[in-house]
Design a protein around this ligand. Structure first.
Ligand SMILES: [Zn+2]
Ligand SMILES: [Zn+2]
Length: 133
């Protein structure tokens, strides 16, 4: 990885930060979420680097499974009714602390997974304004 764009996200329902400073991935705080599928539940930690697919979790998820995401603070269900363009699973949305939205696909193994901006150009210009890059 050459250029790091690290994003800090908040719950779209309660506005609390989802960043977990106890569980670092690539030396950065991870994005912590509660997850579930069928009758199982657990936690997942996503890398907060834009474009990075690394993550860790404390339950096994079968490939292609659609995972339910929940806020660890307000416990609201975060899967939206917006469908992934690649696989039609629900997308999960988060607010970025400096503005903008990030969506991830809820299906394990989908390429649309994890951190991506809906509008990268607008997001990058916000980073420029926020950090003077
Ligand atoms: Zn919440
Ligand atoms: Zn997908």
């Amino acid at each position: 990885m050459d250029k790091h764009v690290n994003i800090n996200v908040k719950c779209i329902k309660c506005g609390k930060s989802l960043m977990d400073h106890q569980n670092m991935i690539n030396n950065m705080p991870s994005i912590a979420l509660n997850i579930g599928f069928n009758d199982k539940s657990g936690k997942i930690w996503l890398c907060s680097n834009y474009g990075c697919y690394e993550h860790k979790k404390n339950i096994e998820i079968p490939d292609k499974e659609i995972v339910n995401f929940y806020c660890p603070h307000c416990e609201e269900f975060l899967n939206s009714n917006i469908k992934c363009k690649a696989c039609e699973a629900p997308m999960v949305k988060f607010n970025i602390d400096i503005g903008g939205v990030v969506s991830i696909c809820s299906r394990k193994g989908c390429n649309n997974h994890y951190v991506m901006f809906e509008d990268l150009t607008a997001a990058i210009s916000r980073f420029h304004r926020a950090y003077g890059m």
